[in-house]
Design a protein around this ligand. Structure first.
Ligand code: TRP
Ligand code: ZN
Length: 868
């Protein structure tokens, strides 16, 4: 399955089931940061349908110490190892293979396989890290049951964790000790994990709905354990929610979560032993913002929810990645929506989709949610797999309704429990449970690119006619696309603002809330109307498409007033702003409608302040850049800034009023109203600071802040608006948090995103300072990720020095952590859309990397960026 063809790609079409199965895996670790020995005892069995195949195991850069087949030591003539694969031509029958290898965790900066982070030893195996630990069939459809034994010096490694249930501990000689773990569930190697070290915990216990007593633990190093309580609560809420909403119970006696300072991604759902980037665990009000708390809860939920969507039902092959990731993002977003505000959660998701996933779908790295080939799977942990994948599950939910969707999910879990499944299995379960044919729906997974709907209206003789055309633009490797099944919600309003409830005549399929589009073109006709109605489409952004319809600024403003659903109101305000900035609407009319809408919201004491905050946050640079054909960075940033400046001048009074009035509520704790009040106050502060060169309000908020949310927002205002107190504030923040890497990352990101071309040099200076830690992915993201992704004026600086800086660092980081380097290279995904000189400079910076990159990860990305 993972054997590349001559073209260097692994192809979906080449999938074959494993020729050898692994029924049971027994692993013993002698842990040491410089020299760990791993003994493996694998019970193997050939697939009866494929007899006579050579036994081939994955194993990357392992030092083989000992190898035995059915107890007999093998001689070098019995096997071949080339540093990547171990070939054993001998065995034909079920057998037991025992190997012993040596690995070096402390030298492992890739953070894949077994590595050291601070005083801890940890693993990260997804997608293909397990082969760096021992010889194994490292593919998700090989799912043994496991026994894991860990041995280590007790003083340095007092806690020894692995997947599954604890199966006993004992002291050994020489101050060492041992812990055994049993994982009774069939589990692929990518979900293997161990964690060892001076860990401390917060803990609770509960009984599942099935009556199983479960111990929940969140572990961290001693200095951090006081900041684990919130994450523990989030674990408990996630477990309860999956019981209630999906009827899924936890299935082991213990659920462990470990926080690590060095971690490439967000977190990892290893069976019974989730390992997290510390930034998604550690929080208290003095060091974490409200946004951090919400992100922690949502990532904790994401990883916990994988226990069913990913672990109990796993993947047949890596092409099915979205089967677990898209589905689990859908599940975690429903969790957040059920616990907090559904509308706000939807706004957050749609922002991410429009700002980032649409750009990915339109750029050099575009791919289908289920690609049909890849060179390097670690480059496919993308917004398309995760966020668009979640949108497709949401579409299915919209199409079927909650009851049929839940029945389909139950069927999916029942039919595929303990198995390695495909996206076809997922849709087959939903088709069977609902009786619907979902074959056309499958195209959402196989076709890349964002679908576009163009809707034309015309009114004559009492007939209102809508022509709806769909089109998906070409993406790399896919020139033409077939029509998708799209549920399109729509509503018509008459001149008095009343809903027109009559159904249209149409060749599309009617739904209660609109139509289902099946073909490239459909018509909808309403007859006998006295006047042209006002139409609204795609409420709730139910379909993840770009929709084009000619509205006037007046019509948008009218719709915004008619609309009761907060998400839709937000969306209309965004459209007004986009129209004002990018044309398409009469700019003066759009701007005054926008200003009025924002003034109304600021005056409306009944409106949720969190919602008002979202409306004040105009479309960001990424969203605007995505919506135009050619990007002139400086002009776009300037136009947006000018609009915000004029709006601020109009709205100064209500902004000041709201800022002052919310002070009391904002001083509260972590409850929803207090968080919402802080969000709106911080938004008001950012707008108002534009009008005050002394930034007195921001300075006062910084000096008096009682929590990180208020302090960091004030610091950002001071630094980004070049306030006189900026340097002193930065210095005091720096000193106060110098021993906390996560808070240090916060001021670094503030510095790296200061909207000015000179920031490029400030970033270069940071990399010459003791703050630069290239082996720590969070630090690399704070310095370079935030610069390349969130500082258009710096990254796209006119002389090309921003591109050169980032490209040069990709080259350096590639030898430290290839996944981090490749991700950073992704900041160039839309380079071909840049106007004139910028495009040439970005292209030159990329071309200069040709032949200079060490890892397959970065090489694959560079080849796709340059279309070679
Ligand atoms: N499966 C993880 C998730 O929850 C993603 C992940 C964590 C990952 N670590 C990784 C992916 C390392 C690739 C490499 O989404
Ligand atoms: Zn995931």
């Amino acid at each position: 399955m993972s054997v590349p063809r001559d073209d260097g790609f692994v192809h979906l079409a080449d999938y074959t089931p494993p020729a050898w199965r692994i029924l049971h895996a027994e692993l013993a670790f002698e842990l040491d940061p410089d020299d760990t020995q791993v003994s493996a005892r694998l019970q193997l069995e050939p697939d009866p349908a494929q007899p006579g195949q050579v036994l081939v195991l994955d194993g990357v850069d392992l030092e083989l110490v000992d190898i035995r087949l059915d107890g007999r030591a093998l001689s070098p003539a019995d096997y071949a190892y080339d540093g990547r694969h171990l070939r054993l031509p001998g065995p034909r029958q079920p057998c037991v293979l025992e190997t012993r290898v040596r690995i070096r965790p402390a030298a492992n900066t890739r953070l894949e396989g077994l590595y050291r982070s601070g005083a801890l030893l940890l693993t990260q195996c997804e997608a293909q890290g397990f082969r760096r630990i021992t010889f194994f069939a490292d593919r998700p459809d090989v799912m043994p049951r496991w026994r894991i034994v860990l041995r280590a010096p007790k003083a340095a490694y007092p806690v020894l964790l692995a997947n599954g249930n604890p199966a006993g501990t004992r002291d050994l000689d020489d101050g060492r000790h041992e812990a055994a773990w049993d994982n009774p569930h069939p589990t692929p190697a990518y979900l293997f994990a161990i964690a060892a070290g001076p860990l401390e915990r917060v803990s609770t216990a509960l009984d599942t709905a099935e009556g199983r007593r479960v111990e929940l633990n969140v572990w961290a190093e001693a200095a951090d354990v006081a900041r684990c309580a919130y994450a523990l609560g989030a674990v408990e809420r996630s477990l309860r929610w999956d019981e209630q909403r999906f009827g899924r119970c936890y299935d082991l006696d213990v659920f462990n979560v470990v926080a690590a300072q060095d971690f490439t991604m967000g977190a990892m759902e290893n069976k019974g032993l989730n390992i997290f980037n510390a930034r998604y665990i550690l929080a208290d009000e003095a060091t974490a913002t409200d946004a951090d708390f919400l992100a922690i809860e949502s990532v904790v939920a994401h990883e916990y929810l994988h226990n069913w969507s990913g672990n109990r039902v796993t993947l047949r092959d890596w092409f099915q990645l979205s089967l677990k990731e898209g589905l689990t993002v859908f599940r975690d977003s429903e969790f957040s929506a059920d616990l907090h505000s559904r509308a706000l959660k939807r706004i957050e998701a749609v922002r991410l989709l429009r700002g980032r996933q649409f750009a990915e779908d339109a750029g050099a790295l575009a791919h289908a949610v289920r690609p049909d080939r890849y060179r390097e799977i670690s480059n496919f942990y993308t917004l398309t797999i995760y966020e668009k994948g979640a949108e497709i599950v949401r579409l299915l939910h919209t199409l079927l309704g909650e009851t049929a969707f839940r029945a389909g999910m139950d069927r999916y879990f029942a039919d595929n429990d303990g198995r390695a499944a495909t996206l076809e299995d997922f849709l087959a379960a939903h088709a069977a449970a609902s009786g619907r044919d979902l074959s056309q729906f499958m195209r959402w997974y196989t076709q890349g690119g964002t679908p576009e709907l163009r809707i034309h209206a015309d009114f004559s003789g009492g007939d209102y006619r809508l022509v709806v055309e769909q089109h998906t633009p070409p993406t790399p490797g896919q020139d033409t696309k077939a029509p998708l099944l799209i549920p399109l919600r729509l509503a018509l309003h008459d001149a008095q603002g009343r809903a027109i409830t009559a159904a249209p005549r149409t060749d599309a399929r009617l739904r209660d809330d609109g139509v289902e589009l099946l073909a490239a073109r459909h018509e909808l006709v309403w007859s006998g109307l006295p006047a042209p109605p006002l139409a609204a489409f795609n409420q709730g952004f139910a379909a993840p498409v770009k929709l084009h319809f000619d509205y006037s600024a007046d019509e948008l403003a009218r719709l915004a007033r008619l609309e009761r659903d907060p998400f839709n109101r937000w969306d209309l305000v965004q459209r007004l702003a986009t129209g004002a900035l990018l044309g398409g609407l009469d700019p003066a009319a759009a701007e005054s409608a926008l200003s009025d809408a924002l003034a109304d919201l600021l005056d409306d004491d009944a409106a949720d302040p969190a919602f008002v905050t979202e409306c004040l946050a105009l479309p960001d640079f990424d969203t605007l850049a995505e919506a135009v054909d050619e990007v002139d960075v400086d002009a776009l940033v300037a136009r947006r800034e000018d609009l915000v400046m004029r709006l601020t001048e109009n709205l100064a009074a209500p902004l000041s009023t709201r800022y002052a009035a919310l002070a009391g509520v904002a001083a509260g704790g972590l409850d929803g109203p207090a968080m919402a009040a802080r969000a709106l106050r911080n938004a008001c502060l950012a707008w108002l600071t534009r009008l005050d060169p002394t930034a007195a309000q921001a300075q006062a908020q910084f000096d008096r802040a009682a929590n990180m949310t208020a302090r960091l927002a004030a610091l950002r205002c001071l630094v980004h608006f070049d306030a006189p107190g900026a340097e002193a504030a930065l210095e005091s923040f720096r000193v106060a948090h110098r021993d906390d890497p996560l808070v240090t990352d916060k001021w670094i990101a503030v510095v790296a995103t200061r909207p000015h071309p000179e920031t490029r040099d400030a970033v270069a200076a940071l990399m010459d300072s003791p703050w630069w830690k290239p082996a720590n992915p969070n630090r690399v993201r704070a310095v370079l990720g935030s610069f390349a992704r969130s500082n258009p004026l710096g990254f796209h600086r006119r002389d090309g020095a921003g591109y050169q800086l980032v490209a040069g660092q990709v080259r350096a980081l590639d030898t430290v952590n290839p996944q981090v380097a490749a991700r950073l290279l992704g900041a160039f995904e839309s380079w071909r859309k840049l106007a004139g000189p910028a495009r040439a400079q970005a292209g030159a910076a990329l071309s200069a990397l040709r032949g200079k990159l060490a890892s397959p990860d970065s090489r694959d990305l560079l080849a796709r960026l340059l279309d070679t």
